[in-house]
Every structure is written in structure tokens, then in C-alpha cells.
Design a protein around this ligand. Structure first.
Ligand SMILES: C[S@@+](CC[C@H](N)C(=O)[O-])C[C@H]1O[C@@H](n2cnc3c(N)ncnc32)[C@H](O)[C@@H]1O
Length: 285
């Protein structure tokens, strides 16, 4: 089960205790990037992705993020909104331990003077993105950042996204896709210990599934080259094990196995077995 992959080496209460000890006066959302940006490209990629979400919205703008992990994108988004913003951001994740951490990190950021403030506009839910417990036409935007890659039935998830989006609503994808099919994927990678939980589809397959779900693609960008550069830079930083032991890092989520996951990620990117894409689509039906 995918949730056990992510929580196998995780003790949420202990992790929250360590993070609170590191930030006794509360944290700024960007200070948590070492643990809450669990995708290729880190916080820089999230900043770029958020250019697709309006900064100021009247009377209201409603976002659903599916597979939000520890909620890093959500906190970054809310912290960049103007004070009077009526944006409401709901996260959904299938891993209960991640939802628990997400709520804990939201509280930590609300305690920082320059953090989130007392926002009533965040909701953290646990559930399956392939089967949304939400009514039709609820959201202005749905975001998936490295979460379709875990779904055995991506078509079902995309159809659900279309159902819960308002007419003209926007789907914002930042996903790992299958690259060169001749090139086998080396496991473990951060999203899967082996092929069981890894469900990468190719760009043509994704575009076909989006069309079947009723979306029109407005932009598709290959971010693989910058993803490779970012991963190389991270690997240099992570080689400094002493610094890593005191900093927030994905090792706190994945444990010691993260080192091999990161090495394989870099190799998969270098050999073209995987690619990283941003795809934006709007509902047409
Ligand atoms: C690689 S992590 C990315 C987390 C987060 N989006 C980020 O970038 O930091 C993949 C996330 O997708 C979630 N996930 C996987 N399958 C899911 C599903 N069917 N429904 C909802 N969430 C799912 C996992 O629990 C995990 O939090």
C-alpha cells in the first residue's frame, strides 16, 4: 500500500517535536522546505508552479491539491497571498501520517510572526485522489505535484479532477513521467521502493487521458533539464552528512534509504528513464 511506503520509517510525533525544537518561535513556510517539498526541484519548482495560481482573488478562489504530502505547496501559496485574499486551499493525501504532519506544520507556521497568520482558509483531508468525496463544480483549480505517479488508475483521478472543477477551472500538474521506454527505471526512488507503487505514464499517454477526461491542454513544459541540475546540486549538499544530520532533510521522512533513492533518481533522470513536466489544462465540458 502506498501509505506504508511513505510512513514506514516515520514517527510523526517525534518529527514534529524535532521541528518545533528547531523553531521554538514558529517557522516560516520556506524554512520547512527540507522536509515538506518532496518533489524534484524543491521550493524553486513550487514557486514556479504557483505562478499558475492567482495572487489576489475576489470574491473567492478555491484550490484543491491532491497528494499534498506534508503541505509545503499549500503553506507557500497561502503565505504569498495578500492579507485580504479570500483564497481557500484544501489538501488531500492518502497517507494519514502526512496529514498529521501537515496539520502540525500549519500550526507551527501560524505561531511565527511572519508565518501564516491565523488563516481559516486551510483544510487538510485524508483520502484517495481516485475517488473524491467532494461534490461537483467545487474548485477553481486542482493541483497535483508528484502524486499521479503513485496512482494505479490515473485516468480515474483525472476524471474526478474534472468533476470537482468548476466550468473553466484549471488543472495544474507537476509530475514525473515515463521517459525512454528502452531505459529501465532503477528502484528504490522516493515515490516507490519497487515497481509496485510506481505508476508513471508517458507524456502522450497523459495528454490522451486529459483529453478523455474532458480537458484542453493550454501549456506543456518539459522541466527535466532543470530537474537534473537541481538533483545534482542536492546530491552535493547531501554528501555533507554532518550538515544533513542537523538540517531538515528528506531523510527525516524516508530514513537512511533516502540516500539510495536520491542516487537512483539522479541516474534515472540522467539516462532519460524519467522526465519531469508541468502541464496546465482547463475543463472544456
Ligand atoms: C512524492 S509525494 C509528493 C508530496 C507532495 N506533493 C510534495 O511535492 O511534497 C507523493 C504524495 O502523493 C500521495 N498519494 C499517493 N497516492 C495517492 C492517492 N491515490 N490519493 C491521494 N494522495 C496520494 C502520497 O501519500 C504522497 O504524499
Amino acid at each position: 500500500m502506498v501509505a506504508s511506503h511513505y510512513s514506514a520509517q516515520l514517527n510523526p510525533a517525534e518529527l514534529l517535536r524535532r521541528v518545533r525544537a528547531a523553531f521554538p518561535n514558529g517557522a516560516l513556510p520556506r524554512q520547512l522546505a527540507g522536509i515538506d517539498q518532496l518533489h524534484i526541484g524543491g521550493i524553486q519548482a513550487s514557486q514556479k508552479l504557483l505562478t499558475n495560481v492567482p495572487q489576489s482573488s475576489a470574491p473567492s478562489y478555491s484550490v484543491l491539491e491532491i497528494g499534498a504530502g506534508l503541505g509545503g505547496l499549500q503553506r507557500l501559496c497561502i503565505s504569498q497571498q495578500p492579507e485580504q485574499s479570500a483564497l481557500h486551499y484544501t489538501t488531500l493525501d492518502i497517507t494519514p501520517a502526512f496529514s498529521e504532519l501537515n496539520r502540525g506544520l500549519n500550526r507551527l507556521c501560524q505561531h511565527s510572526r511572519h508565518g501564516l497568520g491565523e488563516h481559516g482558509n486551510l483544510s487538510v483531508l485524508t483520502g484517495d485522489g481516485q475517488q473524491l468525496a467532494m461534490a461537483n463544480d467545487q474548485f477553481d483549480a486542482v493541483i497535483l505535484q508528484h502524486s499521479l505517479l503513485n496512482m494505479p488508475d490515473p485516468q480515474r483521478c483525472l476524471t474526478e479532477c474534472h468533476r470537482v472543477l468548476k466550468p473553466g477551472g484549471k488543472l495544474i500538474l507537476h509530475e514525473v513521467l515515463r521517459g525512454n521506454l528502452q531505459q529501465a527505471i532503477t528502484y528504490p526512488v522516493p515515490w516507490a521502493s519497487d515497481a509496485t507503487n510506481s505508476h508513471l505514464i508517458s507524456l502522450p499517454a497523459l495528454l490522451a487521458q486529459l483529453s478523455t477526461a474532458g480537458f484542453t491542454v493550454t501549456s506543456a513544459q518539459d522541466w527535466s533539464a532543470e530537474a537534473l541540475v537541481w538533483r545534482q546540486q542536492q546530491s552535493h549538499k547531501e554528501a555533507d552528512t554532518e550538515a544533513m544530520s542537523v538540517k531538515l532533510s528528506p531523510q527525516m521522512i524516508f530514513g537512511k534509504r533516502f540516500s539510495l533513492m536520491a542516487t537512483n533518481l539522479l541516474s534515472n533522470l540522467k539516462h532519460g528513464a524519467i522526465q519531469v513536466h508541468e502541464v496546465i489544462a482547463v475543463t472544456t465540458a
